[in-house]
Design a protein around this ligand. Structure first.
Ligand code: ZN
Length: 248
């Protein structure tokens, strides 16, 4: 600290101090995000994500529809909540929104039969699978995993979750996202190739599902770029739960 007041080192040390404080702020903010909003008895564990789970979305990116669910994970450090900001990382020039139904697991299980799958759900939310599309494209071409395109800090905005008894049928929910008031994606979860129950069954044949695990179930058509200053609002079934975030 003393060097802060030294005539010759004041400026560089001051800058270093500010950037250290900024980093510390982000680290604390990330570490505080343990409890799932709306389901406070649950703490976030894994975020399982599903790619290409809507035919029209697979087509818009010239991808084939996989016969089995395409699974990847996001780190919990990418979670942000309502009112927070998506940060465009310096490594990407093309960041996309993907609005998705988020499912929170409330009961552990392995090899869960499809007909019992819904019993393992605690609630539902709306999530945005923020994606650095240019980095993902390069990874796809090289046959590399997608984590680097999907896992940046702030790349998993999640709404407050609603309890599962408030949702009659998870396969009959509208997902909508607007950017600066313009609707970019709006489709029903009826169009999912693999239902929430299918996904719980499939994932649990590989991973032991645990309370606090989140499944982001894939995005419908209409993904597009977001940029600094954009105001984004995503809504589950016309306002059952919403999330608003700004792009920084
Ligand atoms: Zn996605």
């Amino acid at each position: 600290m003393l060097s802060l007041f030294h005539r010759n080192t004041f400026l560089p040390d001051f800058k270093a101090l500010v950037s250290q404080e900024t980093k510390a702020f982000f680290i604390l903010n990330i570490m505080e995000k343990k409890n799932i909003p709306g389901l406070p008895h649950l703490q976030f564990r894994n975020i399982f994500c599903i790619g290409r789970n809507y035919v029209e979305h697979a087509k818009e990116l010239n991808n084939e529809v996989p016969s089995k669910p395409l699974v990847f994970l996001k780190p919990t450090s990418s979670i942000i909540f309502d009112g927070e900001n998506i940060q465009i990382p310096p490594q990407s020039q093309n960041v996309h929104h993907e609005v998705e139904l988020a499912v929170a697991i409330d009961k552990a299980g392995k090899e869960i039969p499809k007909e019992k799958a819904i019993e393992h759900i605690g609630g539902y939310g709306i999530g945005i699978d923020v994606t650095a599309r240019d980095i993902q494209q390069k990874a796809k071409e090289q046959g590399h995993p997608w984590s680097v395109a999907k896992g940046f800090d702030t790349f998993a905005p999640l709404s407050t979750f609603i309890k599962k008894d408030q949702v009659e049928d998870p396969q009959n929910l509208n997902l909508q996202i607007s950017v600066n008031g313009e609707v970019r994606q709006s489709d029903s979860t009826k169009l999912m190739i693999h239902t929430a129950a299918d996904l719980i069954h499939y994932l649990s044949t590989i991973f032991t599902l645990q309370p606090g695990d989140i499944i982001l179930t894939g995005t419908p058509k209409g993904v597009s770029s977001i940029s600094k200053g954009d105001k984004i609002e995503a809504s589950l079934d016309n306002g059952l739960t919403i999330i608003s975030v700004t792009v920084e």
